[in-house]
Each structure stands twice: as C-alpha cells, then as structure tokens.
Design a protein around this ligand. Structure first.
Ligand code: FES
Length: 132
C-alpha cells in the first residue's frame, strides 16, 4: 500500500484537522498553536495549503521541540514532503525518496537542489511563519 502511495505521490502529512487554526496575511502565516494538535508534540507535522498561499507549506515540530517551516515541494519533481520519524530530516513522498535536512539541504535521492525554509517565531499561542 505504501509503495502505491509513493507511485501516486500521496504524502502522509495531513492538512489541519480543525477549522480556523491558521490564517495568511502576506507575507505572514499565523498558526494558533492551541487549535492545531498535529504539531503540539515533537515529531508532528501539518501541511498548509490554499487560503491565498502561492505555494504549499509544511510545518514540522522537530525532535528538539522547535517549529520548522518549509516549502512543501521537492526540488526534483515537486512532490510533497513528510518528516522522517525520529530524525531531523524530511523525505519526499515519491518513489525516489529524496531526503533533506532541516536547513533545506538535499541529502539523498534524485533532488540536487535545496528546499526553501522559512523563519518561524512563537508569540504566546501563535506561531508566525514569515514567507518574505
Ligand atoms: S519528486 Fe521528490 S524525489 Fe522525485
């Protein structure tokens, strides 16, 4: 089943399970952390799409507890990414399985260019992601 998902390019990370958990007002995404259970624990992740965004964003809670935001587009052929459990790495959901560090650098697989990362900061219950 997993191999079929890879052929079809279906990622594991889901969109938010709760309504009104994030907004976008260029150039900043604001995430209400208390409304987004997907990233309340290290290792969690959520993908943000639509709402006026020009691209897809992947938000990951790292093993260190910090929040990381990435362009959710593999630099090989554009498939989405997922966090690798227990590692500070991302993996493309395609058959080629390119991997990237949290600094965006390609590590293995067909992708040779880095993915874009975006700065994050926490202000109370809000996670701010700057897409500048
Ligand atoms: S699209 Fe990611 S490795 Fe091909």
């Amino acid at each position: 089943m997993k191999f079929l998902k890879r052929i079809l390019g279906i990622c594991e990370t889901q969109t938010p399970s709760t309504e009104n958990s994030w907004t976008y007002a260029a150039p900043t995404i604001t995430v209400r952390l208390s409304r987004l259970p997907e990233i309340q624990k290290p290792g969690g992740a959520v993908r943000l799409e639509g709402a006026g965004l020009s691209g897809k964003i992947l938000v990951v809670r790292g093993t260190d507890g910090a929040y990381h935001a990435f362009s959710n587009r593999c630099t090989h052929m554009g498939r989405r990414l997922d966090p690798l459990p227990g590692q500070d790495r991302l993996e493309c959901c395609s058959v080629s399985k390119s991997t990237f560090t949290y600094t965006g650098a390609p590590v293995s697989g067909a992708a040779k260019k880095p993915i874009k990362i975006f700065p994050t900061r926490v202000e109370g219950d809000e996670l701010k992601i700057s897409l500048d």
